[in-house]
Ligand binder design. Sequence first.
Ligand code: CAA
Length: 244
Amino acid sequence: MAEASTRVALVTGGTSGIGAATCEMLATLGYRVAANYCGSEERAAAFAQRTGIGTWRWSVTDHDVCLAGVAAVESALGPIDILVNNAGVTRDASLAKLTPDLWRTVIDTNLTGCFNMAHAVFAGMRARKWGRIVNISSVNGESGQYGQTNYAASKAGILGFTKALALEGARAGVTVNAVAPGYTDTDMVRAVPADVLTSIVERIPVGRLASPAEVARCVAFLVAEDAGFVTGATIDVNGGQYLR
Ligand code: CAA
């Protein structure tokens, strides 16, 4: 495990699933962590009570709201050194059944949310000559998935966004990377119809879902002090699923 750090990390969608595991791992390593969330206040309160990690509620879909949210976190904890763009949603439907609303909800949250949040922190990171941005993509953005044209497009878009922004941050000490999880044991994956999920897990070479902590471990690597030469990269955490 990397050395402890006192840097400030903000994780979007940080009170559940992969985001919560990431918050907890970074806090254990000594980072000062802020968890953004947009959904259940009860879940966020339970998370804060259990972990001692502060939570901030806003939607990553709104640019100005992101600027205000980042300002609020920074006035509480100090400048944000690390951004983990984890907030994401699914609205699965085959294209024939996909409405413009279902398309927009997924693109606005998963992809535009990354832009909104990066836009709010990137100038400060560049000015301070140090920063880490990790964007959570998905194996389904790499391979495609039946019923996920919206989600796969958003997650593939994140990979292009990551590589382009990595070039813009490189000389200023700001790395930008992606983690592409496979099917992970979260509420999002548990919402997949049971028979469909069983057939998916049967095709994962490792033979099981990932744990959220296994994904968080990769984020922790990418944000470490000694990971400064890793930028524009994608770490696959999919149990070999993409190989099949
Ligand atoms: N490949 C080929 N055909 C498929 C298929 C597949 N994977 N899945 C369904 N079909 C076929 C069915 O056999 C059926 O065919 P017939 O009409 O000939 O009988 C047809 O598609 C059904 O089409 P519908 O549009 O009526 O589909 P539906 O309304 O029944 O539901 C679905 C489709 C919503 C995509 C549903 O199958 C589903 O939820 N699938 C899971 C998608 C998935 O894996 N989501 C991942 C969520 S978690 C996540 O995304 C996290 C991450 O990053 C990994």
